[in-house]
Write a protein that binds this ligand. Structure first.
Ligand SMILES: Nc1ncnc2c1ncn2[C@@H]1O[C@H](COP(=O)(O)OP(=O)(O)OP(=O)(O)O)[C@@H](O)[C@H]1O
Ligand SMILES: [Mg+2]
Length: 551
């Protein structure tokens, strides 16, 4: 079946350059089907011979008359769009369709095709709408488009790009949607689509099987920390441990394979950033989100100057710039090159640092850090406090994500395992309380290690409660976290729990407040001040007596 009505994104209309293979029931056995829109469904079928799964896009076909109508409406729209002041093309389409077509269902079907071919993603439109897909990849001309399905993993689809010129123009239109450019002079593209999806594309100058593209689809609403806890990706105790570590500006990296969920976990953990912290993020494509207002997001820029790097702003440049902003935390979406070196230097000079890195094991992560192009000197490695390994795994035959292990880094060749996932029980085994950094943080706060551990347990109980109550909405979770920051005991009371060592922790918080007030740091504005001068002086005395500071 040739695709119809052909093009999309304007120029496609004249070409019919992809095919959608019909489902042949003799060859394929249907395993599952689901509707993506009332006019298109997805059928997962198994090849009776090879046993391989295949992803079929099945659309309600247009009749000849309907195809004509689509063209008619779009011709009118082109004229109206020029005349009209509005940019609401879909609104114009709907109003034209209402004038021309009385039957509601038929109107809906025509609207689907117009969306698909003129406003949407043409050959991959259904895949872009399908929430079960994580990646959509075109590996060249004459090769089926592949998808990464949450249930069936990497499978072939029945959509094949058949014309190299069409594929090139399709990729150029994708680039234009991202406000970017791809051409023979600049045949590699890394960009963000308007929906926030990550797009990577190449032209045949660098990919021998023809132009290629791959779209990483993120969930419309990213997974929150509570959803990750509910999905058993991480458990409340590990999450609470990192909550305390983030509050205390510790550094960590999340490592794992491509698509293992590193960025998702990073985003979820960043919910714990204290509202008074100043954060700078550096990324190639915008993926990170942080609740705090004191946040400066930086994104790299490519250059289009031939043979020169004029105008290019790299991760390295941006990480260097962040230091001027005096951030509490520098977060780099993913380290790959020389920017890692600047990040480690920043961490050594007292900035918090978090990043993700592509590595399959702790050893390979350390190797990547020590070797070119990152070139981190071994003596800087311990400035990284923790490493979290996340992976796709099979649990009960189904694909899932799990934090496989959490490590504390002591030096380039000495680590301590703080937690690990037990695949048999699908549960986490903890050694978190043995953390040396935990003991260090406790002593910096003027607390015993046990008191800080109990604080972690309090927070774990709160997270457990939120998971049991299915509080999955990002804004709601942030409210709870902020509420805990401002009034830990009250927050625990609200959920029917009693804080264990809350007094000690609150005292630590007061000490921190006074330290900030006395040292006149700029973040003071967002930290509640002690209510009276006498109280401030009293707490100050307590602190100095404990810290044995000479005055
Ligand atoms: N716990 C999860 N459950 C289900 N889907 C998940 C989970 N975590 C991540 N995903 C999905 O997996 C895909 C990849 O996730 P993510 O981008 O976080 O991986 P990554 O390790 O950062 O990948 P990359 O190495 O390409 O940057 C996304 O579509 C995301 O929505
Ligand atoms: Mg990532």
């Amino acid at each position: 079946m040739r695709s119809c009505p052909g093009g999309g994104l304007r120029r496609w209309r004249r070409v019919s350059s992809y095919v959608i293979e019909p489902l042949d029931p003799e060859r394929y056995e249907v395993v599952e089907e689901y509707e993506v829109t009332p006019y298109a469904k997805v059928v997962i079928a198994r090849d009776r011979l090879s046993g391989a799964y295949k992803y079929f896009v099945v659309e309600e076909p247009l009749t000849k008359g309907e195809r004509r109508l689509v063209r008619e409406v779009m011709d009118r729209i082109k004229y109206l769009a020029v005349k009209s002041e509005t940019c609401d093309i879909e609104g114009l389409v709907k109003s034209e369709l209402r004038k021309l077509v009385k039957d509601r269902r038929k109107r809906g079907k025509l609207l689907y095709y117009i969306r698909r071919d003129y406003l949407g993603y043409g050959p991959i439109h259904v895949m872009m709408l399908d929430p079960n897909l994580e990646d959509v990849s075109c590996n060249g001309v004459g090769i089926p488009i592949y998808v990464w399905h949450r249930k069936y993993e990497s499978i072939e689809t029945n959509v094949v790009m058949t014309d190299v010129d069409y594929l090139k123009s399709y990729i150029r239109s994708l680039a234009a949607r991202c406000g970017k450019h791809i051409s023979s002079a600049f045949p590699v593209l890394d960009a963000t689509l308007p929906e926030g999806y990550r797009l990577a594309a190449t032209l045949e100058d660098v990919s021998s099987r023809g132009p290629t593209f791959t779209v990483r689809k993120f969930r419309e609403r990213p997974f929150t920390i509570i959803e990750l806890i509910m999905g058993r990706v991480i458990d409340p105790l590990i999450a609470a441990f990192f909550w305390v570590m983030i509050e205390n500006k510790r550094t960590f990296m999340i490592f794992g394979a491509t698509g293992s969920g590193k960025t998702t976990l990073l985003n979820a953990l960043l919910t714990f950033v204290h509202p008074s912290m100043k954060v700078c993020t550096v990324e190639e494509t915008r993926e990170i989100n942080i609740p705090t207002k004191n946040w400066v997001p930086f994104v790299t820029r490519e250059t289009y100057a031939v043979g020169e790097r004029i105008g290019e702003v790299s991760l390295y440049d941006l990480v260097k710039v962040t230091l001027r902003y005096r951030p509490d935390y520098i977060i780099v979406g993913e380290v790959r090159g020389a920017e890692a070196y600047v990040l480690f230097q920043a961490m050594q000079s007292g900035h918090g640092g978090i990043s993700t890195i592509h590595a399959e094991s702790l050893e390979s992560m350390i190797n990547r850090l020590l070797n070119p192009p990152m070139n981190i000197p071994p003596q800087l490695i311990p400035t990284l406090n923790f490493a979290i390994h996340i992976s796709r795994v099979k649990v009960g035959g189904k694909v899932a994500r799990r934090v496989l292990s959490v490590w504390e880094i002591h030096s380039a060749d000495s680590f301590r395992k703080l937690a690990e996932w037990d695949p048999v029980e699908d549960a986490f085994i903890h050694y978190l309380s043995s953390s040396e950094i935990l003991a260090r943080v406790a002593s910096q706060l003027g607390l015993g290690k046990e008191a800080l551990w109990e604080e972690i347990e309090n927070r774990a109980r709160l997270l457990e409660y939120l998971a049991s109550e299915r509080v999955v909405e990002y804004g709601e979770i942030v409210k709870w976290v902020y509420s805990y920051y401002s009034d830990p005991e009250g927050t625990l009371r609200r959920v029917g729990m009693r804080a264990r060592p809350a007094l000690a922790v609150r005292a630590a918080k007061l000490r921190e407040e006074v330290r900030r007030v006395l040292s006149g740091r700029e973040e003071v504005k967002s930290v509640p001040k002690p209510r009276s001068k006498e109280r401030a002086m009293r707490v100050k005395e307590q602190i100095f007596s404990k810290l044995k500071v000479k005055r």
